[in-house]
Design a protein around this ligand. Structure first.
Ligand SMILES: [Zn+2]
Length: 532
């Protein structure tokens, strides 16, 4: 009987007036009251604080020394507490790398899905990329080249500079007599060297042969083809090409994912290949942020009617007797204006020099006489100051604007990651969908994938659907997984964390929520209560 209630006796935290109460367990309880009446003092500062303190006391003294001492809340006695998780309203995180998908871990499951069950498409031909087994390669070559001459080539250098004397020597020592250098087959000679300042393509000539057809195969010939394919794979690090010497046509074969027409190959996909927080997956231009920053001229010059002396260049303020303004005076003189000219009337060439600098010599008058400088421009100066101090960087942030990354178009991922598709959608397209349509898409997706994909993906798909449904249950159907958490309201981020908690399968936990329905549509209130 005792266990069915949380009993609190003599709570005096903050403005609580020595109150006694019992709260039924295993049920949804609401604490209401005017603001300042002590709701939070009771829920967070008493119940949550005591629960946390008791939990920490069970840790070893070694662990506790890192956690600091938690004050015992001013209360006579609390009984019937279970482990407590408090979900407050403060916005989760300002980290630009965190999205609805990452904090709910739903994006992690999508990455897993893509690493295991997606199909790569060649950016050159748009057709699926293929990976072959050695046996499949033997069969294909036998079929395509039966009775025709062909040459097996293992790539060892792909478009890199160097003279490659040691490499060519090693190839010769391994028993190969010929290489194809930049498209021409040549005998290797001792101390052979290439032009070290040019980029080269070097392939080892593994074998020249006439493959037998599979049906009337001479076993000896077929065995030779099989041997040569394995040798070619070994020296080409899993890839090789077959050259038709009559037409010059190349066919590429690889154990890795590869476009058979162009020979372009992708690394084996892994979950990190689809993470914008990993160098393997992130767009190289924006480093996975989805946006780049550039200086916003309108913020630097908010009012072009002002002159420089009047403080028209916002980051630099009004005229002072400093080196910078002496330099600006020099620039003004050179281009025929003064620091009292309204900025809108400054000639274009002068304005360009002010902002971006020039190589022209500028005469600067100062207390110690006249000297010459070249002016590197105000924008460059702002960048330099940002690098020198964090404080300046924060100040200069005001003059920056975020623009969508031109390379990844805001998807945060590199072009390789986007070539992988599951049921014809890439991971960025899925992350951009609102949660409701995404869930509907996932419900039907098994009709559009192969049996093999179904087998691999069914567990992951189920997990994805469950977790998305939790978000739906707390009324967040309108969010997308790629939504940056920086732009979420306090109520939204609280409900996301609530959904994540429902997803975890802890039992007997006491949850403390702070106005979970804030900012929620009336219609969704019922849903939320149901979820709780
Ligand atoms: Zn980018």
């Amino acid at each position: 009987m005792k266990d069915d209630y949380i009993r609190i006796e003599g709570a005096r935290v903050n403005n609580l007036k020595d109150i006694h109460l019992t709260i039924p367990r295993h049920s949804l309880c609401v604490i209401t009251g005017l603001s300042g009446s002590g709701k939070s003092s009771l829920a967070f500062d008493t119940i949550h604080a005591e629960g946390q303190r008791r939990y920490l006391e069970t840790l070893s003294s070694y662990a506790r020394q890192y956690l600091g001492i938690l004050q015992r809340p001013d209360v006579d006695h609390i009984s019937g507490l279970s482990p407590i998780i408090a979900i407050e309203q403060k916005t989760t995180t300002r980290n630009p790398r965190s999205t609805v998908g990452t904090i709910t871990e739903i994006y992690d499951f999508l990455r897993l899905l893509f690493a295991r069950a997606s199909i790569a498409y060649s950016p050159v031909t748009g057709k699926p990329m293929i990976r072959y087994t050695a046996e499949q390669m033997v069969a294909l070559i036998a079929q395509q080249y039966k009775g025709k001459r062909c040459i097996l080539l293992s790539p060892v250098v792909r478009g890199r500079k160097g003279h490659y004397r040691e490499l060519l020597d090693q190839i010769l020592k391994k028993g190969f007599l010929e290489v194809r250098i930049d498209g021409t087959i040549t005998q290797i000679t001792h101390n052979m060297m290439l032009d070290r300042y040019k980029s080269h393509f070097i392939e080892i000539v593994i074998d020249k042969l006439v493959p037998p057809s599979q049906e009337d195969a001479d076993p000896a010939l077929l065995a030779r083809l099989r041997d040569s394919v394995n040798t070619a794979l070994y020296h080409g690090d899993g890839s090789f090409a077959v050259l038709d010497p009559d037409t010059g046509k190349l066919d590429h074969f690889s154990k890795h994912l590869m476009c058979p027409e162009s020979g372009l190959s992708f690394p084996e996909p892994a979950p990190h290949s689809f993470s914008f927080n990993s160098p393997q997956g992130a767009c190289p231009t924006c480093k996975g942020l989805g946006y780049t920053t550039r200086i916003d001229l309108q913020k630097i010059i908010p009012d072009p009617a002002l002159s420089i002396a009047q403080g028209g260049l916002d980051p630099f303020g009004k005229y002072r007797d400093t080196t910078l303004f002496q330099h600006l005076e020099g620039v003004a003189k050179k281009y025929g204006f003064s620091l009292h000219t309204p900025i809108k009337d400054i000639p274009e060439e002068g304005m360009d020099t002010l902002l971006y600098g020039s190589e022209e010599l500028i005469y600067v008058k100062s207390s110690i006489g006249t000297h010459t400088i070249t002016f590197s421009g105000l924008i460059h100066r702002m960048e330099q100051m940002s690098e020198q101090s964090e404080k300046r960087m924060a100040a200069n942030d005001r003059y920056l604007e975020e623009v969508m990354c031109p390379e990844c178009k805001g998807t945060r991922l590199n072009s390789t990651a986007l070539q992988f598709r599951f049921a014809d959608k890439n991971i960025a397209q899925l992350a951009a969908m609102d949660i409701l349509p995404l869930l509907q898409w996932l419900k039907n997706v098994e009709d559009n994938i192969s049996e093999r994909q179904k087998k691999i993906a069914s567990d992951i798909l189920k997990e994805l659907r469950d977790r998305l449904r939790f978000l739906l249950d707390v009324g967040l159907s309108y969010l997308s997984l790629n939504r940056s958490t920086r732009t979420l309201s306090g109520g939204e981020s609280q409900r996301i964390r609530l959904a994540t908690q429902i997803g975890s399968t802890l039992v007997n936990v006491l949850y403390i929520l702070d106005e979970p329905s804030i900012g929620l549509h009336q219609r969704d209130n019922l849903k939320l209560i149901h979820a709780l």
